[in-house]
Design a protein around this ligand. Structure first.
Ligand code: AMP
Length: 210
């Protein structure tokens, strides 16, 4: 199963990818998590990406295409994967297509901008493993501590309200056109926002026929 999760920042891609990768037994590949680790470790990619990320802008396509091509060659990707937050531009989607990567489904998580802005203020992520939480909707067992690895939960710098606004603008302009791109290829499935995280997972599995 090769799956892309599309959706605005904060639509729940990371949370759903965490759930789906356990249910489907395939890895999640999140370019956001890879980039945050690179920034934290001060690698050349991290140094290139940091200013774009802090401003809520997209990291240049060539950097992303390099990261993703390398990651997809790792052995754990052989039986499939879930892409979270990539592709994010038509150029990235075309690069994946050119590389001969064929997807089974593209699921778009539909959440209104208003709901996104409300949600982002409560989001917390693990600074070690990147797992996502929400103070009300997906709280960790112990406040401030990651259930999975015991890492510290922090608020992302780019979840500040002004940066969220820019990220939503970038999403509508650069990423939303991917819905038409994948609809043309017969791959697009949409899932409307649901009252709970579990209900969204069920809806995704339903559209995937699982
Ligand atoms: P995310 O965790 O997916 O919200 O990504 C956080 C930030 O990383 C984004 O706001 C971008 O600056 C950068 N980023 C992550 N994935 C991509 C991508 N596929 N293309 C360009 N920039 C990306």
């Amino acid at each position: 199963m090769k799956l892309i999760l599309l959706g605005a920042p904060g639509a729940g891609k990371g949370t759903q990818a965490d759930i789906l990768c356990e249910k489907l037994d395939i890895p999640t590949i999140s370019t956001g998590n890879i980039l945050r680790a690179a920034v934290k470790n001060g690698t050349p990619t991290g140094l290139k990406a940091k200013a774009f990320m802090d401003a809520g802008q997209l990291v240049p396509d060539e950097v992303i295409i390099g990261i993703i091509s390398e990651r997809l060659e790792e052995p754990d990707c052989a039986k499939g994967y879930i892409l979270d937050g990539v592709p994010r531009t038509i150029a990235q989607a075309e690069a994946l297509e050119k590389a001969g990567i064929v997807f089974d489904s593209v699921v778009s998580l539909e959440v209104s901008d208003e709901a996104i802005c409300e949600r982002m203020s409560g989001r917390r992520v693990c600074e070690s493993c990147g797992a996502s939480y929400h103070v009300a909707a997906v709280p960790p067992k112990t406040e401030g501590v990651c259930d999975k690895c015991g890492g510290k939960l922090i608020q992302r710098k780019d979840d500040a309200p002004e940066t969220v606004k820019s990220r939503l603008e970038v999403y509508h302009k650069e990423t939303e056109p991917l819905k038409a791109f994948y609809a043309e290829r017969g791959l697009l499935k949409t899932v409307e926002n649901q009252p709970t995280v579990e209900a969204v997972s069920q809806a995704i599995l339903r559209v995937l026929g699982r």
